[in-house]
Design a protein around this ligand. Structure first.
Ligand SMILES: C[S@@+](CC[C@H](N)C(=O)[O-])C[C@H]1O[C@@H](n2cnc3c(N)ncnc32)[C@H](O)[C@@H]1O
Length: 351
């Protein structure tokens, strides 16, 4: 029923963001400056049908090939099309014809607005649960994004596995979604509003981590999170005390990441060269790396910087020749039981 309900909810029930009953599919925080500029170049009809829950604009994506899972009316695709520039590309996949119709109708409008000779955006109709059957090239994408979609899908593991295959080595899945502080009882999936509002299918964070690891993403990192308010009394009653967060996670396709953060005495120094994050580079919620300052890292964080598109933005000190045990001050993976976590102070850090 999931996919039929999604098509119905996003194609027929909702005519725009104001029809939503909760703030699960809303983005409340202020966008980064580059996204604000890019949003000014997105058609108003596309923006009116935006239902995302975070900003899926990872750093340093100029020239990248990006895939957007559940691209809806295309807002993120058109923002990313500007951030990747004319040499990059964005492919959106969605299952709802009404959403795709809006996205496709404005392809040429955006091409002209961006001043590109040829559009660098395309949309494909398809079910992301069967992502591997859509004819997309394996090992092709630098970045896969998704904004408030994976919760809607029944077989999330299949999505993570297919996404991992489509990424280049060193590429990343960077996505915003809704998470629950416990496993949501299965019978709530029968409620079309709870499912459509991105609540009934929300993943419990630790199940997500387990599924991501089994799919090949060995060290999922939390980037940002915020608690969701459920103001609708009827919906809140059905949810019976379950708390929800909107969170953005990043998952690198790096084959040799270790299960835990191990200490090899390594450090990095940020060169201050990532556009928009010249002073502090935020890898995740607790690695906020100041320009010019030595920053101790575990082996996994080292690889996330050295074996990805971020390599040219850092100087690297040390190697893997000596193991000093577990990385000190490793925290929990995701404190979703409590209100949204604050970023750790600048300095050494690890998960
Ligand atoms: C909450 S909306 C988010 C849309 C878009 N990412 C945005 O930020 O505006 C969820 C979207 O996921 C799409 N969707 C749901 N299930 C899907 C599936 N199995 N395959 C592809 N798209 C799906 C819906 O059609 C809808 O456009």
């Amino acid at each position: 029923m999931n996919i039929e309900n999604s098509r119905d909810y996003y194609g027929k029930v909702l005519t725009g963001s104001s029809d939503l009953k909760t703030d699960a599919c809303c983005t409340i925080e202020a966008p980064p400056p580059a996204v604000i500029d890019a949003l000014a170049n997105v058609h108003e009809e596309v923006r009116a049908r935006y239902f995302g829950c975070g900003f899926v604009a990872p750093q340093a994506i100029e020239g990248c090939h990006v895939l957007d899972l559940g691209s809806g009316s295309g807002q993120d695709a058109y923002v990313l099309a500007q951030l990747v520039g004319e040499t990059g590309s964005v492919t959106g996949v969605d299952t709802t014809p009404e959403q795709l119709e809006v996205a496709n109708r404005h392809l040429d409008w955006h091409r002209e607005r961006f001043g590109y000779a040829k559009s660098n955006v395309s949309f494909v109709e398809g079910d992301i649960e069967k992502l591997g059957e859509l004819g997309l090239p394996e090992g092709h994408f630098d970045v896969i994004v998704s904004n408030c979609v994976i919760n809607l899908v029944a077989d999330k593991q299949a999505v993570f596995e297919a996404a991992c295959k489509l990424l280049k080595p060193g590429g990343e899945l960077y996505f915003s979604d809704v998470y629950a502080d416990r496993r949501v009882p299965a019978h709530l999936l029968d409620d079309p509003v709870l499912h459509g509002e991105c609540l009934a299918g929300a993943l419990y964070w630790f199940d997500f981590v387990d599924q991501a690891r089994r799919a090949g993403f060995r060290d999922p990192r939390l980037v940002t999170s915020r608690p969701l308010g459920i103001d609708d009394a009827e919906i809140a009653a059905k949810l019976d005390g379950i708390a929800f967060h909107s969170a953005t996670a990043r998952l690198f396709k790096l084959a040799d990441l270790e299960p835990l953060c191990e200490d090899y005495g390594q450090a990095v120094r940020y060169r201050g060269t990532v556009p928009g994050e010249e002073r502090v580079f935020a890898l995740d919620d607790h690695h906020h790396i100041e320009q010019g300052r030595m920053f101790a890292v575990c082996g996994n964080t080292w690889k996330m910087l050295a074996d990805t598109r971020f390599a040219d933005h850092f100087d690297f000190f040390g190697d893997f020749s000596t193991h000093y045990g577990i990385f000190p001050d490793c925290g929990t993976l995701f404190p979703l039981q409590s209100p949204a976590s604050e970023p750790a102070p600048v300095g050494g850090g690890c998960c």
